[in-house]
Write a protein that binds this ligand. Structure first.
Ligand SMILES: [Zn+2]
Length: 200
């Protein structure tokens, strides 16, 4: 394949993407070189660069957004008394797409996982703590039912236990070991309306 080095280089970039194997990566590379015209390639490259340059993580909740703070944090229509805590922005997008939740979010930017060397200090828990003022009445912990998700949920429950807020968890019907982003909307809706809390 040495005479196709130009394709290999492009294919290698696609292979870095999640879920793209060698074969698919080569197909993408081939398609771009052989089937797309110069204008289309330029447009594709422009969108890639502009999106990357203009989208940032919200300094308040961590969500991806074109504006700072993000649309959700700056919205006057959202319920600021509830903060849902999730592993990352992918999970926020999954809950937001469900269209049932009108509160605020907080991305932890990961989960506590001692095996991977990730402790509480590596996450955005300090930023979350700063947000828990009198305006917040409920913290909804929506980490997955994986060992790391459980560890993180228990840790958050413990450190915020003494605060004057309801700490609830998504639970009912969520599959063990399931990542929030892969759970169907109906199950998520049920889990949200049937969340359990520490103060009844
Ligand atoms: Zn935000």
């Amino acid at each position: 394949m040495s005479n196709l080095k130009f394709l290999d280089l492009l294919a290698a970039s696609f292979e870095n993407l999640p879920g793209v194997g060698k074969k698919t990566a080569r197909r993408y590379a081939y398609y771009i070189v052989e089937k797309m015209n110069a204008e289309q390639v330029e447009e594709f490259a422009k969108v890639l660069i502009e999106t990357k340059n203009n989208v940032n993580n919200c300094p308040v909740c961590g969500m991806l957004s074109l504006q700072i703070p993000c649309e959700i944090c700056s919205s006057k229509l959202r319920d600021k008394s509830k903060i849902m805590v999730l592993k990352d922005t992918k999970d926020i997008i999954a809950i937001e797409n469900m269209g049932e939740y009108n509160g605020m979010y907080h991305s932890l930017n990961g989960l506590i996982s001692p095996m991977d060397g990730i402790g509480p200090d590596n996450l955005t828990i300090d930023l979350l703590e700063k947000r828990l003022d009198d305006s917040v009445s409920e913290l909804i912990i929506a980490t997955s039912f994986t060992p790391a998700g459980e560890t993180t949920a228990l840790y958050l429950e413990k450190i915020f236990e003494k605060k004057n807020i309801i700490i609830s968890r998504l639970g009912y019907g969520l599959p063990a070991g399931g990542d929030i982003e892969f759970i169907d909307e109906l199950t998520l809706k049920r889990a949200l309306s049937n969340r359990s809390s520490n103060k009844k």
